[in-house]
Design a protein around this ligand. Structure first.
Ligand code: PLP
Length: 424
């Protein structure tokens, strides 16, 4: 079936009530039939639910739907995108290991990698740019994975996933891709050599700025068993979970089973079933929302590019965008509704523009039905040094817009009056 259909139907079969909408199973635990049933479920020998920190029937539908959309073997949903990012890394990293990162990252991901994981003895190695060669040069025998955002937030870079995947795989290392900005409707990283995908579901998938959520999707094809020395966590009996050997016992979905049974089970960033329900509603309209997001974004980008008060515009839909050929290849010519641009006048003009919008909402999010604006240098990325900012693709005057679903004329009127104030 096609993505539009999968996003509405996959993973759900009505129970005896024949409810058409996925029910919200707001329960902490599920009744075992008997001791044998309890043990089989807890050992993961049969599918089923027991304690809802670990799994839940509503969340299970969302997991199956996301796995189907990304064409993976299984998914795990968690309480936020950051929970998904951190669980993904901690599923494969141990103290003493390193991982290599393309530098254009969401601010909290950057901070977590650079300043939090380092305190656990896990080194994030930031490549100078997102090129496969630069990333490959940093891989060594302690490297446990490569991590990148398919479309960097807020930099808007589009990574050549196949090239990076090749470099990682030649060194026996998996590639983890944060596919939040693209969504699986524009790009499926697993089709291009990624091994694991993570998402903040909070953005386009939820789509209405109401619900936090995150997901990890297992591609199921990375050969963990071929390198037991580099990946003992997949190849040795796991003392924290019934001596399971993840690569041997769950060969189709070892990453997600390990993330669930080690990270989620023990640290508990569980997605509320109510949030899962809302994220399922978001998925149902994702395809049509993306069309309108894109049409509005193309019009706003064209308006900004023709305005002398704007110094530069970075938009994946422009043929002069350095990533244009990668946009054609990976996004099939479609573009996310994220635009970055520079107001004439530098850092201060950026702040004045930000302070002056009236319809656009000033907030830390993207992918909402509402149009949003942020000035990263003074907000999301304010903790970064000037060098770190530039490496993350952010200039002092950079404004990031997430274009929503409003009428285009109203959006342009608001930008016009804010530009007038910023450049007065
Ligand atoms: C690319 C990307 N990854 C991860 C996250 C973190 O997601 P959450 O806010 O749901 O924790 C974000 C949030 O903006 C993001 O843009």
């Amino acid at each position: 079936m096609h993505d539009e259909t999968i996003a509405i139907h996959a993973g759900y079969e009505a129970d005896g009530t024949r409810a058409v909408a996925v029910p919200i199973y707001m329960t902490v635990a599920n009744d075992f039939i008997d001791a044998e049933h309890a043990n089989s479920i807890m050992d993961l020998a049969i599918p089923g639910f027991h304690y809802n920190r670990i799994n839940n029937p509503t969340n299970d539908v969302l997991e199956k739907r996301l796995a189907a959309l990304e064409d993976g073997t299984a998914a795990l949903v968690v309480a936020s995108g950051m929970a998904a990012v951190s669980y993904a890394i901690l599923t494969v990293a141990t103290a003493g290991s390193n991982f290599v990162v393309a530098p254009q990252l969401y601010g909290a991901t950057y901070t977590y990698f650079a300043h939090v994981l380092s305190t656990l003895g896990i080194e994030a190695r930031f490549a100078p740019d997102d090129q496969a060669q630069s990333i490959g040069a940093l891989i060594d025998d302690r490297t446990c994975c490569v991590f990148l955002e398919s479309i960097g937030n807020p930099a808007g870079n589009v990574v050549d996933i196949e090239a990076v995947g090749d470099v990682a795989h030649r060194s026996g290392v998996p590639l983890i891709v944060d596919n939040t900005v693209a969504t699986p409707l524009m790009l499926k990283p697993l089709h291009h050599g990624a091994d694991v995908v993570v998402h903040s579901l909070t953005k386009f998938i939820g789509g209405h700025g109401t619900t936090l959520g995150g997901a990890i999707i297992d591609g199921g094809s990375f050969p963990w068993a071929e390198n037991a020395e580099r990946f003992p966590m997949f190849n040795q009996p796991e003392i924290a979970f019934h001596d399971v050997v993840f690569a041997r016992d769950f060969p189709e979905r070892p990453f997600v089973v390990r993330a669930r049974s080690i990270q989620l089970r023990n640290t508990g960033a569980t997605l509320s079933p109510f949030n899962a329900f809302q994220l399922l509603q978001g998925l149902e309209t994702l395809a049509i929302r993306l069309d309108r997001h894109e049409a509005n974004a193309r019009d706003v980008a064209a308006y900004l590019a023709n305005d002398p008060r704007v110094e530069w515009v970075s938009f994946a839909g422009f043929p002069d965008n350095p990533y244009y050929s990668l946009v054609q290849k990976y996004l099939k010519g479609r573009v996310p509704s994220i635009i970055t641009f520079g107001v004439s006048g530098g850092y201060q003009a950026g702040i004045t523009f930000f302070d002056s919008v009236q319809l656009f909402k000033r907030l830390l999010n993207l992918g909402d039905a509402k149009s949003l604006v942020i000035h990263p240098a003074s907000t999301t990325h304010r903790q970064l040094s000037e060098g770190e900012l530039l490496a993350a693709g952010i200039r002092p005057e950079t404004i990031r817009l997430s274009i929503g679903l409003e009428h285009i004329d109203d959006l342009i009127d608001d930008l016009d009056q804010a530009l007038a104030k910023a450049t007065a």
